[in-house]
Design a protein around this ligand. Structure first.
Ligand code: UD1
Length: 419
C-alpha cells in the first residue's frame, strides 16, 4: 500500500503547468469510437481512470497507445459492443460509453453501474434520453441490454442538468438520424470540450456552454487531433493548497474563467488572486478568514468537486465557513479524516460548518474518495508535523503527479511506494 507523506508548515512558491482535465478526457475517449479511424489526444493526463478507459477501448477492439504525452486511438475496427462487469466497476463514469457504442454499432451491453463513494448515482436520465432517441433498453439482472438499430433526433428535456447524461445524449445523438435538441443540458466547460472534440472529428454540434445543445446526427467523421482542456479541479486543488500553506504560486495552462467561483471564494478569504491569459497567480499569507457560505451548484456555480479542497484550505481561517452540498448526498466523507488533524467541522445532512482552529496537526489519515483525498493533501501542507495519507489510489484516479507538482511548488512531500 503506497502512502503520501507530507511535512507541513512550509510555504508554497513557484510555477506549475496544470494537467489535462480528467472529466473532459473520459467522455472524449468514449467519443473516439464514433469515428472509424484515428484520433490523437494531446495533453491527455496519465491517470488510472484514463487507463481504465483505455482497457475498455482495447476490449472493444480499438487500439489505444501512448505516444509520449499523446494518446492515439484507432477505432477503425470494433469487434465487440459489451463492457464486462470488471471494467465497469473500475470506473463509474464508464456509463458514458453507452451512448457512443449505440451510435456506432446500434447495440450495446454493459453491467449497471452501482452506487459509489459519493452516495447513490442513478443513471435514469442517461437511459431516458437514449430511449427518447429510439433505443430499446432492458435492465436484466444488473445488466443493461440496449438495441438502437434506428435512432431519430428529437427534442430531449433533461429534468436536471446532469453532466454525464448530457454527454451520453450528445454521443448517442451523433448516431441518430436528423437533429437532436438537448434542453436543460449541463453547461460545464467539459461539455464544451466534448463538443469541440466532436467538431474536430466533423460532427455538427453547437450550443455547448449554454443550456441548449443541438446535434446533427449521422454526419461523416474524419481523423482528428485534439488538445484536452486544462483541469479546473486540479487547478482549484493547487490554489487551495497555496491559500492554506501561504506563499505565491502561478498556475499556467489554466482558464481563469472556469475557476471564477473558486477564486472568488479564495479572494473573500483574504488571498490575492489575479488571472490573465492562460494563467492564475495566487498570493496568501496563510492567515485566512471565513469565506462566508459556499453552496455547490451546477456550472457556473461553485463546483462540488472543489468543495473538499476549499474546505481543507479554510480549516485554520478566522471565523466559521458554511458549506452547503447541493449536488451529491454523501460528499462529506473527508470530514472525519480532517477532524483527525484537529479540524473543527460539524455536519448535519447537506450542511457542514467549519470553525477555524489555530493549528492543524499532522496525522495518519486515509483517502475516502478522489477529492476528499486531495483535501487531505491540502490540510497536510498547512498542518504542523507529519501527515501520512493512505489509500492514495483514490487520488491517482484524478491527479497525474500530485507529489511531483507540489514538490515543484516547494512542498516537503514524498511518495512512499510499497509493492
Ligand atoms: C460529473 C463529474 C463529477 C462531478 C459531477 C457534478 C465526470 C466523470 N464526473 O459526474 O466529477 O462531481 O459531474 O459536477 O465528469 N443524477 C440523477 N440521474 C441521472 C444522473 C444524475 O439523478 O441519471 C443526479 C446525481 O445523482 C447527482 C446529480 O444528478 O445528484 C449530478 O450528477 P451528474 O451531473 O450526472 O454527475 P456525473 O456526470 O456523475
Amino acid at each position: 500500500m503506497s502512502h503520501i507523506i507530507i511535512q507541513g508548515g512550509g510555504r508554497l512558491e513557484g510555477t506549475l503547468n496544470v494537467q489535462g482535465a480528467k472529466n473532459s478526457v473520459l467522455p472524449i475517449l468514449a467519443a473516439t469510437i464514433l469515428h472509424p479511424g484515428r484520433t490523437v489526444l494531446r495533453g491527455c493526463p496519465h491517470l488510472s481512470d484514463v487507463e481504465a478507459s483505455i482497457r475498455i477501448l482495447r476490449h472493444l477492439g480499438c487500439t489505444a497507445d501512448w505516444e509520449g504525452e499523446e494518446l492515439a486511438v484507432d477505432a477503425s475496427s470494433i469487434s465487440r459492443w459489451d463492457i464486462p462487469d470488471h471494467l465497469m466497476r473500475e470506473m463509474r463514469s464508464s456509463v458514458v460509453f453507452l451512448g457512443a457504442i449505440l451510435a456506432r454499432l446500434g447495440w450495446a451491453e454493459m453491467s449497471y453501474p452501482g452506487g459509489c463513494e459519493l452516495g447513490p448515482r442513478p443513471i435514469d436520465l442517461h437511459l431516458s434520453s437514449l430511449r427518447q432517441l429510439g433505443a430499446d433498453l432492458r435492465e436484466e439482472g444488473g445488466c443493461l441490454r440496449c438495441t438502437a438499430q434506428h435512432m431519430s433526433g428529437r427534442e430531449i428535456a433533461l429534468s436536471l442538468p446532469s453532466v454525464g447524461a448530457t454527454e451520453n445524449a450528445m454521443l448517442a445523438a451523433c448516431g441518430a438520424e436528423g437533429e437532436t435538441v438537448l434542453v436543460n443540458a449541463a453547461r460545464e466547460p467539459e461539455i464544451t470540450d466534448l463538443q469541440e472534440f466532436l467538431r474536430a472529428m466533423g460532427c455538427r454540434v453547437r450550443g455547448a456552454g449554454s443550456s441548449t445543445i443541438c446535434i446533427q446526427g449521422r454526419q461523416p467523421t474524419h481523423d482528428a487531433a485534439y488538445t484536452v482542456m486544462p483541469d479546473r479541479i486540479a487547478a482549484a486543488t493547487y490554489l487551495s493548497a497555496a491559500a492554506a500553506a501561504g506563499g505565491e504560486v502561478e498556475l499556467r495552462r489554466v482558464h481563469h474563467r472556469h475557476l471564477s467561483t473558486v477564486t472568488a471564494a479564495l479572494h473573500a478569504s483574504g488571498c490575492q488572486v489575479s488571472g490573465g491569459e492562460g494563467q492564475i497567480v495566487l498570493r496568501s499569507d496563510g492567515r485566512l478568514r471565513s469565506a462566508g457560505t459556499i453552496r455547490t451548484a451546477p456550472y457556473p456555480g461553485f463546483p462540488t468537486d472543489a468543495q473538499a479542497v476549499l474546505m481543507a484550505a479554510l480549516l485554520r481561517a478566522k471565523g466559521a465557513t458554511v458549506f452547503v452540498e447541493n449536488i451529491f448526498e454523501n460528499r462529506y466523507r473527508h470530514v472525519d479524516e480532517l477532524c483527525r488533524m484537529g479540524a473543527d467541522i460539524s455536519v448535519a445532512d447537506r450542511v457542514a460548518v467549519v470553525t477555524g482552529v489555530r493549528e492543524l496537526y499532522g496525522a495518519q489519515v486515509r483517502c475516502t474518495d478522489l477529492r476528499g483525498g486531495a483535501a487531505l493533501m491540502v490540510a497536510g501542507l498547512a498542518a504542523q508535523g507529519t501527515t501520512r495519507i493512505g489509500d492514495i489510489f483514490h487520488i491517482q484516479r484524478g491527479y497525474e503527479d500530485p507529489v511531483g507538482d507540489l514538490r515543484q511548488l516547494g512542498a516537503d512531500i514524498t511518495l512512499e511506494e510499497t509493492p
